[in-house]
Write a protein that binds this ligand. Structure first.
Ligand SMILES: Cc1ncc(COP(=O)(O)O)c(C=O)c1O
Ligand SMILES: [Zn+2]
Length: 407
């Protein structure tokens, strides 16, 4: 394959073999996968001829053997040209990357597929994850496919549908009386003590690589051109950094001409430590002790990749913007009613933020913009169900129907 990989410390640059480790022994910095990009020989035709999943980019993913891949078909989701929504907002080239249609209905299938595959390759006998909801189902489903036991750590108050979904795949669900950050700490300790592959903690260097494919696919779907501007829903910041790395790597291997993508971070007001930092032009993240938002997937008060996400946004000349819960609900309905895409609150945060940026004159009408819509609305029906859940029932008679149709 010729893709000699190492793990490299993001802080001091020390290199390690790509084994089961995630923190630098010298400086405690996070490790990331480094590829010898110059030796990777790939072309557009190779990728185009392969199945429509994230694994079509195998050479740019951190696995040595295709036999270890745990694949439920995540990735290569539609890049939807949003003409009606664009018109409403006065834009010309707006796209939705519709990751609501992944196997477990969120983008988390991408990193979960890579991390659980790596866990098999490393010979681990169990996997798990702390989760704000979507990673729970994604890890559990891929663990089921791999035949590995799975332990999920969630804050006790996440959406019921997400708990039901993860449990259905046979995972052991550990509900924590506390926040996501509490669940994260316990999962981290469990990983160390019981040698569990915790996909977004001790397998994090591999895990984050899966989300890079959201950058690759958008370029491939735009005819191997990078967009001008992307808007990314942000919790820990891992997704945003991965998308940025995806654009950089495609440029490095020569598959796109140039990468001047502006990367914008979108967060809810009730938990926006990364956006708050960007608004102050700093990468110092002030943790949010008690997140409070209907976008529960994004309720991460101490974002693990916050510093790096803030830097990526500022370096690419994107924006940090946040929105209220009311604006999120409006955006869910706007996207569903103009484009036929039903998202959970986290995905709608990008649409609410797009509206704001347009209103503030920060977006040029001609820009090619991609909003990443990362989770399915059926996971959180309660946020929109109140006014619409009970339609008015009528007698099955034409004269009654006529009153409704004439209205
Ligand atoms: C639907 C959805 N969108 C976006 C995110 C944010 O991803 P990250 O935590 O990597 O920033 C999450 C995280 O759980 C999510 O579930
Ligand atoms: Zn280091």
């Amino acid at each position: 394959m010729g893709k000699a990989q190492v793990l490299e410390c993001r802080e001091c640059g020390k290199e390690y073999d790509p084994t089961f480790r995630y923190i630098c022994e010298e400086c405690f910095g996070p490790l990331e996968v480094k590829y010898d990009l110059a030796s990777i020989k790939v072309n557009k035709e190779t990728f185009a001829s392969r199945p429509k999943s994230l694994w079509r980019y195998f050479e740019l993913l951190p696995l040595d053997a295709k036999s270890r891949i745990v694949d439920l078909g995540a990735g290569y989701t539609p890049l939807h040209r949003a003409e009606r929504l664009a018109k409403k907002l006065g834009l010309k080239n707006l796209y939705i990357k519709n990751d609501t249609v992944n196997p477990t209905f969120s983008f988390k299938d991408r990193p979960a597929s890579v991390a659980v595959s790596k866990a098999l390759g490393l010979g681990l006998s169990a996997v798990g994850s702390p989760s704000t909801g979507n990673l729970a189902a994604a890890t559990a489903a891929h663990a089921a496919r791999a035949g590995l036991p799975c332990y999920i750590f969630i804050p006790w108050d996440i959406e019921p549908t997400k708990i039901v979904q993860a449990a259905a795949y046979g995972a052991e669900i550990v509900a924590i009386k506390g926040t996501y950050d509490d669940a994260n700490k316990l999962a981290t300790q469990a990983g160390e003590i019981y040698n569990i592959g915790v996909v977004n903690v001790n397998l994090r260097p591999y895990y984050v690589e899966g989300s890079k494919t959201l950058g690759f696919e958008v370029c491939e779907q735009l005819g191997w051109e990078a967009p001008d501007h992307v808007i990314v829903p942000t919790g820990s910041g891992a997704l945003l950094c991965a998308v940025g790395r995806g654009f950089d790597q495609l440029e490095d291997v020569g598959l796109i001409r140039e990468n001047n993508v502006k990367i914008t971070s979108a967060q809810p007001y009730g938990c926006s430590p990364i956006v708050d930092a960007i608004k102050k032009s700093t990468d110092v993240i002030d943790p949010v002790e008690k997140p409070n938002t209907i976008a529960k997937s994004l309720a991460i008060g101490e974002p693990g990749d916050g510093i790096y996400a803030a830097r990526t946004v500022m370096e690419t000349k994107g924006f940090g913007e946040n929105c209220t819960d009311g604006e999120i609900v409006d955006a869910i309905k706007l996207l569903a009613s103009t484009e036929g895409i039903f998202t959970e609150p986290a995905g709608a945060v990008t649409i609410a933020v797009l509206k704001k940026l347009v209103a503030e004159g920060k977006i040029d009408a001609d820009e090619t913009i991609v909003c990443y819509v990362t989770g399915n609305g059926l996971k959180t029906p309660e946020v929109v169900s109140a006014p619409t859940s009970k339609p008015v029932a009528i007698d099955p008679k034409l004269e009654v129907l006529a009153q409704i149709i004439r209205r």
